[in-house]
Write a protein of this length. Structure first.
Length: 65
């Protein structure tokens, strides 16, 4: 599936926002191994979910220790 530049930018902003919040809530740095793991997971998640709350919820599930 191809993204328009606008939808791609929205997806990038969603990933960055959700991961930044997840990292802050979980005491991780975005440049750490856990932060990179969260970025990878969020990129997968935004293919299905398009709102920050849903992405955060799915990140919590996917990254549960």
């Amino acid at each position: 599936m191809f993204h328009t530049p606008i939808s791609l930018l929205e997806d990038i902003e969603l990933v960055i926002g959700a991961v930044t919040q997840w990292c802050a809530e979980n005491g991780s740095d975005i440049d750490s191994a856990e932060g990179r793991r969260a970025v990878k997971a969020a990129v997968d998640i935004v293919q299905t979910y398009k709102d920050k709350a849903a992405v955060l919820r799915e990140l919590e599930i996917k990254l549960a220790f």
